[in-house]
Design a protein around this ligand. Structure first.
Ligand SMILES: Nc1ccn([C@@H]2O[C@H](COP(=O)(O)OP(=O)(O)OP(=O)(O)O)[C@@H](O)[C@H]2O)c(=O)n1
Ligand SMILES: [Ca+2]
Length: 494
């Protein structure tokens, strides 16, 4: 009996060291398995989708966004996977035929059905936001604007997605969501290391949004956000009628008032040799022009190509006569001094990119514009045969308007000109208000910072390798210890 008990006591598996070693190994294996399960969930991740329609004054675009389902609240996770340009003009041009507005969206929405996996259709939200074109139509004919919105709403409801509404967004929203988009895509919101101002130029309105150093004197221009645990106090303004198509009309109307021969409009913002018969209504039929001058049905639009005179004529569009605040941009609108870096997108980019003015100094930009505007129309048409003549004819005017708006309107100078980056996209996604609008409506940007991930991928791999090696070492030590203990026990018995 005594002999048997002695053998049992000496069994090495029952010794404390061995038990501790086995427990450590077991815990180690559990940790390694748990971490690898949690970490590798990422591989089998599912994606979610969202659709935003940007119903602009000149055209409508459909944007499809995608993000990993489990990382909804992490910054930088949403990206644009597809975009479709609706054929034809913007929805506000369908005021006389509202049904046409809804029908115009069909082709792009069919495309969206193909691009988004069928199992995600029902839960995919669809938002339509209309901007300045519809704001102007509402001012002119509220009933027509409601019919157009109802038509696009009916059309979008026919698709298997989750329709969330079609509405005219406010100018402040357009500015603020554009700012959120560029800062989200640049990963500035999580890091809080400074933000990028946003400059958006459309056909019918333009927006400026940034974090100012000065106090915001007008409440209409102030917006507050708390994003990822940081507070932002933004200045924003949307100038209705200051999109480039409306300013062209304003500028032509201004020239009409001082014309001697009302059938001949001489224009320094168009190239020499440009001569086209245009309709008077095409200039004046907009609520942006208050004073309609009595003119004939048609007129000849004749180019003169003189940049300095063009800039003088564009300057007349900015009303600087009154300002009820310490500083104003124009039209009596309060604006603090521009601050920090800016991203300038949509027509700011299209025009400056075409004119090769996205880099260089303000002085160089002016010299290039002078040369470009003085180039005869015949030469311009030959140089750019693939560009539609209507667009081509307007670049001298548009470039001049952009330089004047930025320098005389917003008060950028040759010193901070380099702080303006003309951008189309950041990564895969277009700069514009649509992404910020969707992030806001889906609550995808939390007010407080989300939890930091367990560990970065590099750290995870190193941890797993080291931990596995450690477990092997422990196994080996346990084996050596077991062998030595059994040998000693056998010797003791003998
Ligand atoms: N490749 C392109 C695309 C567009 N445009 C012009 O740029 C202007 C504005 O385009 P966009 O930013 O798309 O304006 P919208 O969103 O339609 O207008 P808004 O924001 O004012 O509603 C329009 O005059 C359009 O003709 C351009 O010159 N070159
Ligand atoms: Ca726009």
């Amino acid at each position: 009996m005594d002999e048997q008990r002695e053998v049992q006591v000496k069994n090495p598996c029952h010794r404390p060291v061995f038990i501790i070693l086995t427990a450590v190994i077991a815990v180690g294996i559990i940790i390694v398995v748990s971490i690898s399960v949690v970490q590798n969930k990422r591989i089998s991740q599912k994606y979610k989708y969202g659709i935003v329609l940007d119903a602009g004054s000149s055209h409508t675009s459909v944007f499809i966004y995608e993000w990993p389902a489990e990382k909804e609240n992490n910054t930088g996770m949403v990206r644009q996977t597809h975009t479709c340009n609706v054929k034809g003009k913007g929805i506000s041009s369908y005021s006389a035929n509202p049904e046409g507005a809804g029908m115009s969206l069909q082709e792009c929405m069919e495309e969206a059905k193909q691009k988004i996996p069928v199992r995600r259709h029902l839960e995919t939200p669809v938002y339509l936001g209309a901007t300045a074109g519809m704001r102007l139509l509402k001012m002119e004919d509220e009933d027509a604007s409601e019919k157009v919105l109802a038509s696009v709403g009916r059309s979008l409801q026919k698709y298997p997605f989750s329709f969330q509404g079609a509405r005219i967004i406010l100018g402040q929203e357009e500015g603020a969501f554009g700012w959120i988009t560029v800062n989200y895509l640049s990963d500035n919101l999580r890091t809080a290391t400074g933000t990028l101002g946003a400059l958006d130029l459309g056909g019918a309105s333009t927006q400026i949004t940034f974090v100012p150093k000065q106090e915001i004197e007008s409440q209409d221009n102030a917006i507050d956000f708390r994003l990822y645990g940081n507070d932002y106090h933004l200045y924003t303004h949307s100038f209705l009628c200051f999109g480039k198509d409306q300013v062209l009309r304003l500028s032509l109307a201004e020239k009409f008032h001082s014309m001697i021969d009302s059938t001949l409009l001489r224009d320094p913002c168009f190239h020499t040799g440009y001569n086209l018969s245009k309709k008077y209504v095409d200039v004046f039929d907009t609520p942006c022009i208050k004073e309609k001058s009595a003119s004939p049905k048609d007129f000849f639009h004749v180019g003169e190509g003189v940049w300095v005179e063009c800039q003088n004529s564009v300057r007349k569009v900015f009303n600087k006569s009154h300002c009820g605040y310490s500083t104003c941009s124009f039209d009596g609108v309060f604006q603090p001094s521009v601050e920090g870096k800016f991203g300038a997108f949509s027509a700011f980019f299209f025009v400056m990119d075409f004119l090769n003015l996205t880099s260089g100094t303000l002085h160089e930009a002016k010299l290039k514009m002078k040369r470009y505007c003085a180039t005869p129309w015949k030469e311009i048409v030959q140089r750019y045969p693939s560009i539609k003549e209507k667009y081509l004819s307007e670049y001298c005017f548009s470039g001049t308007y952009i330089l004047t708006l930025l320098e005389d309107g917003y008060k950028f100078t040759s010193n901070n000109w380099k702080d303006i980056q003309f951008i189309k996209k950041i990564g895969d996604s277009d700069a514009g208000w649509t992404l910020g609008y969707m992030l806001n409506l889906t609550n995808m940007i939390p007010a407080e910072a989300p939890d930091i991930p367990l560990m970065a991928h590099g750290g995870y791999v190193s941890f797993m390798v080291l931990f596995t090696l450690l477990i092997f070492l422990l196994f080996f030590l346990a084996f050596l210890y077991y062998r030595r203990s059994t040998r000693t026990a056998q010797k003791d018995i003998i």
